[in-house]
Design a protein around this ligand. Structure first.
Ligand code: IMP
Ligand code: MG
Length: 339
């Protein structure tokens, strides 16, 4: 009963979306499920087209996959409906009856909270305020909204049945290990746990259903908002290196640091990673740009990837060499971990 979880190993924005999209095209799962909340923005570029997704699983690129949003997740009503309509996903994407719903009121409550907005650097997308309401048992769930009729299912039952039949389920988590409410750099964290275990809990699936956990690591580290960032570089240095980035949802410039094996190692161990995905390798080794075969990578890039594998003790099976999902090297078969 194989579940394959894709989870972030740094502070979010590692490129989980493009990795999940690649895995969906390569492994053709029966379903792609998304956990977390709509503060997270995932960018997917495929064959030159760009999607900025906040609710839809990035695996939607594989047309055969059913799309699910976890019952423990939170979706912004407007964001979800706009995305589902724009992508024509009705009849293919399903919210759980119990998925939490974020409203304008939650967004307002966060945006008027200086501790959240100034000190923590929240995305102000209402997720934390909706979590508060959920814990106090006054949050309205997807089942309470007539406009969501046609998008509702018992997603847990459907996924459990699929797993009983031996289907593959690809789970796409949000943010990264170091933004976890419990394991991250509190209080500079998000309002939820961001581990593979948390993703399963949100879906209502058990730990023994997992076959693979891919921890996604970018070739350098970025962080938006407050909190520690070891080895942080000045913005002009980031620009010079070609590592400057801006938030998908907020447009804020991201803080930048070199690849950090210590942060990666803890995330890899805590998530019991079976696989590593390294993204944006072309930003560190420009000769790697859009290479699709290991042999075609520059020698220094290959040496660096092997060093990361040695330090972290987990095989690198996916290498991102450009923003387009087509710019990917997949080593699963070579490394003997393909299901
Ligand atoms: P909040 O979860 O929106 O309240 O934000 C809390 C912290 O998590 C801030 O530092 C945000 O920048 C960060 N954060 C939340 N969601 C994301 C994301 O999807 N990517 C990167 N950082 C995020
Ligand atoms: Mg993001």
């Amino acid at each position: 009963m194989p579940v394959h979880v894709v989870v972030g190993g740094f502070f979010g924005d590692e490129g989980k979306g493009r990795v999940a999209a690649h895995l969906a095209l390569a492994r053709r799962p029966w379903a792609c499920a998304r956990t977390g909340a709509t503060n997270a923005g995932h960018t997917v570029v495929y064959q030159g087209r760009v999607w900025k997704l906040r609710a839809t699983p990035s695996g939607f690129l594989h047309p055969g996959a059913r799309l699910y949003i976890a019952r423990g997740a939170l979706v912004d009503l407007e964001v979800f409906l706009a995305e589902a309509e724009a992508l024509g996903l009705q009849g293919r994407i399903w919210l759980d009856y119990n998925t939490g719903v974020i409203t304008r009121d939650h967004v307002e409550r966060e945006r008027s909270d200086p501790h959240l907005m100034k000190t923590i650097g929240s995305t102000g997308t209402g997720v934390g305020a909706a979590m508060v309401d959920r814990v106090l048992r006054r949050l309205r769930l997807a089942r309470d909204y007539p406009e969501l009729r046609g998008y509702l299912a018992d997603t847990q039952a459907e996924l459990l049945d699929a797993l009983d039949r031996g289907e593959l389920v690809l789970v796409e988590a949000s943010q990264g290990y170091w933004l976890s409410l419990y394991h991250g750099t509190y209080p500079y964290v998000t309002s939820r746990d961001t581990t593979a275990a948390a993703a399963l809990s949100e879906l209502g699936l058990g730990p023994r259903s997992v076959e693979r956990v891919t921890v996604v690591l970018k070739a350098y580290v970025t962080r938006v908002g407050g909190g520690p960032l070891p080895g942080e570089l000045p913005q002009d240095k980031a620009l010079e290196l070609g590592w400057a980035e801006y938030g998908t949802v907020t447009g804020r410039p991201r803080r930048v640091a070199p690849f950090n094996p210590e942060l990666a190692r803890r995330a890899v161990r805590a998530n019991t990673a079976t696989d590593l995905a390294l993204t944006k390798v072309d930003r560190v080794f420009p000769g790697a740009r859009c290479r699709r075969r290991w042999e075609d990578l520059p020698r220094e890039a290959r040496a660096w990837i092997e060093e990361v594998e040695d330090k972290l003790g987990v095989p690198v099976t996916v290498i991102g060499t450009g923003e387009d999902v087509e710019c990917t090297i997949d080593l699963s078969r070579e490394k003997g971990v393909e299901a």
